[in-house]
Ligand binder design. Sequence first.
Ligand SMILES: *Cc1c(COP(=O)(O)O)cnc(C)c1O
Length: 427
Amino acid sequence: MSPTEAILNNSAVADTPAAARPDDFAHFDNYVMTTYGRFPIAIERGEGCRLWDTEGREYLDFVAGIATCTLGHAHPAMVAAATRQIQKLHHVSNFYYIPQQGDLAQWIVDRSCADRVFFCSSGAEANEAAIKLARKYAHTVLDIKYPTILTAQKSFHGRTLATITATAQPKYQENFDPLVPGFAYVPYNDITALEDAIGDIDEGDRRVGAILIEPLQGEGGVRPGDLDYFLRLRKICDETGILLICDEVQTGVGRTGKYWGYENLGIEPDIFTSAKGLAGGIPIGAMACKRSCDVFEPGNHASTFGGNPFACAVALAVGQTIEREDLLTNARARGEQLRTRLRAIAQQRPDVFVDVRGWGLIDGMEIAEEAELTSIEVVKAAMERGLLIAPAGPKVLRFVPPLTVSAEDIDRAADILTEVLDANYAR
Ligand SMILES: *Cc1c(COP(=O)(O)O)cnc(C)c1O
């Protein structure tokens, strides 16, 4: 027996059964800082689009770790890649060349408008890298002394200081001031407001250096970008030299039915960021850019965990599986099916639901402002009936299942949602 097998065979180490742990959420809350409002369940195991909690209850997973578990749970390709790589080499410093990192960078470059990639471990960190690159580009190429980065209202870019500043939502910023200078906000999908903002900021040494924007706003309520808006936005950037940065942390890696969200808008950004779905739930982040804006030099930026062999090997396996299983086609077809079902549900309750929208498998259902119903209430009721969905703000239900979701799973989710609404909120 190998040492690994010996350890795995020792059940005390291998798999502490949930029942042996204090089955008490208060115990957890006693030790873990309360930065999250948690639902009172603990997930123990997953397979495909199914999850089981510590009480043995089964759930259909339309959250996927918030648009992260691209291949669902325990996908054999991920298990094999992770096992193979951890048995060989899981982490090594960026002091050295990391072949898996090079292969993953090429995978991204071959399937996007970018030429070069930097790796880190999360979405916020990828956006930080993009912000730093854009600032250096503004200083050294555009010759702007005080560059401003424009972002959109209702956006979400992460929880670090620079990215909460970029996130134009007061609830994420309150009590964390002073915020990072050099950001200004514009309404989403409003080209006149954008032109005005660029004009207003342009004064002396102060100019707009970059625009950081989601192709479809995820946390802000599953709001797709407008085609005309993004075409004009791209044109403004071309004419002025302002960099266009797309935050693809939630929309990237096939989620929208295309590799990248910007492909739905007929434009190419100068820089884009990725994280959530890239390694299917293993922590990774990436910032990709055109060769022309790669102004980083050795020592400018770094990340200890960034692009380690383990995360990159798993991300490559996720990418290969997206292709082998034709998951872009599945994301488009299942998304269409889901939105058709959600529209039928919404039409039966016109006083409750006002919109169904989305691309591929990032879809939202908006509850009327006047309706006495919040997204959290529906999320809780659905959870009790075995369907996990996520809120995107107080009035939007978000559906982001694994890209492997089947037609039967989509129908089952829509059936459960119908039951929830029939049982709790009479028509
Ligand atoms: C989730 C998210 C982030 C932040 O990613 P983390 O990995 O939590 O830091 C940034 N931008 C968008 C669009 C996101 O959805």
